[in-house]
Design a protein around this ligand. Structure first.
Ligand SMILES: [Zn+2]
Length: 422
């Protein structure tokens, strides 16, 4: 069988791996790279004629290409979990609006976006399903609500695509289920943190809460957070610590949280999530935002990398005030406003570059397995072949070296590389 890397090869973004087996061609994910401009898997025309696509989770770097399927004449089944379908729709529609605002060339309409997301066929975890001459099964990946690793049985081999995976539990989610019932012949692994471990999670949580308390003494605290997973995680944390401070939530995180109430099994404790959500105040629209921003409060909103969404409106109120604090809660991609804020203390607000005077600190609330988790996963699955994707070159090189040191045949493909596994 042949593996073709259409994206996420030595990079983070546009996950899209084609697998050619006897009689069936399938895709693991159909993502885009978002920052700073949208990049599609390549060559995109070569994806014509795909028989079935598996979407591991809703993040746009795994699902953002779906609206292009019509344009390519692709009418194949798209497989995902129930929560993946619901959240993918939210994210695709949101990205469409942003695309429109940026006046970039979009070859599809809003109605197409909704329809393609709704066409995702819902499948549950831990059960084998059949398509053509292949079988597939989804395992909980522990990364965001709905995320799944995909096991495919084809040509008498088991191929496991981890998708983005977290092997540690968080306040929001259980850890990934890595007790695979099958022997794994080919493992395609998320390599984001292949060369480093995360700081201890409990220490990060304590540090975050202590910083919120301390900074609130002087002024408001702005918490940019990704709408899916991160915002809910922080809600749970803030509620658990009973700060007794006013907390507001704004942007898409509100809608995504309410969506999750329909999928109680996708989170560790739906009751705790509901309590947390109801203990904070929602901000509805610009007029309300313009008023509440005058209060001293904790404002949690999207986007997590300060590249759009309501966070921009808050930033306009905050950036010149040294008594305010901006607490970044996740990865900041190269070229993003968040990365520029950390490195140069600059951000772009409505195309105007400003110097930020607020206190700024970044916290590692990652939803990806760290180096030790990835190594343990490789050792446990003990595949005959390992393909590393979704990672920057140093992370991939380090993980490859480890795999080879325990006798596993490892591949670190580049974009458009083809790997033959017999
Ligand atoms: Zn992801």
């Amino acid at each position: 069988m042949k593996f073709i890397m259409h994206g996420a090869a030595q990079e983070v973004g546009r996950s899209c791996i084609e697998v050619n087996t006897k009689g069936t061609r399938f895709l693991f994910d159909a993502g885009v790279k978002i920052s700073p401009d949208i990049e599609y898997p390549t060559p995109i025309e070569n994806l014509k004629g795909i028989d079935i696509a598996f979407i591991s989770h809703a993040h746009l770097d795994h699902s953002g290409m779906l609206p292009m399927f019509d344009h390519l004449g692709l009418n194949c089944p798209i497989i995902g979990t129930a929560a993946t379908r619901a959240i993918t729709q939210e994210l695709l529609i949101d990205s469409y609006e942003i695309d429109r605002l940026k006046k970039s060339r979009v070859v599809y309409q809003k109605a197409d976006v909704r329809r393609i997301a709704q066409s995702i066929r819902i499948h549950g975890l831990n059960e084998w399903y059949k398509f053509n001459n292949i079988r597939f099964k989804l395992y909980d990946a522990g990364h965001i609500p709905g995320s799944a690793s995909v096991m495919v049985n084809a040509d008498n081999k088991n191929i496991l695509y981890t998708g983005d995976i977290n092997t540690d539990p968080t306040l929001l989610l259980n850890k990934a289920d890595t007790d695979y019932e099958e022997d794994v012949d080919v493992l395609i692994i998320d390599s984001t943190y292949g060369d480093r471990d995360h700081p201890d999670r409990k220490s990060t949580e304590d540090d975050f809460i202590a910083t919120v308390r301390e900074k609130f003494e002087k002024g408001s605290v702005l918490v940019p957070a990704f709408a899916v997973g991160r915002a809910q995680e922080l809600m749970l944390l803030l509620n658990k610590k009973k700060l007794g401070l006013p907390i507001y939530i704004d942007g898409m995180a509100r809608r995504v949280t309410k969506d999750l109430f329909n999928y109680p099994d996708e989170v560790r404790d739906i009751g705790a999530l509901k309590n947390s959500f109801h203990s904070i105040k929602e901000v509805h629209g610009m007029r309300e935002r313009a008023n509440i921003v005058k209060e001293r409060a904790i404002f949690m909103t999207t986007s997590g990398m300060l590249d759009g969404g309501p966070v921009i409106e808050y930033m306009k109120h905050f950036y010149f005030d040294p008594d305010t604090a901006i607490l970044l809660t996740g990865y900041q991609a190269e070229g993003s406003n968040g990365r520029n804020l950390i490195n140069n203390r600059h951000v772009k607000l409505d195309n105007q570059r400003v110097t930020v005077k607020s206190f700024v600190k970044q916290f590692d609330f990652s939803a990806h397995a760290g180096m030790t988790g990835l190594r343990n996963l490789i050792k446990k699955a003990n595949p005959k072949a390992l393909i590393m994707n979704h990672g920057d070159p140093p992370a991939i090189a380090a993980l490859k070296e480890y795999a080879e040191s325990i006798g596993i045949k490892a591949y670190a493909p580049k974009l458009n590389d083809k790997i033959d596994v017999r």
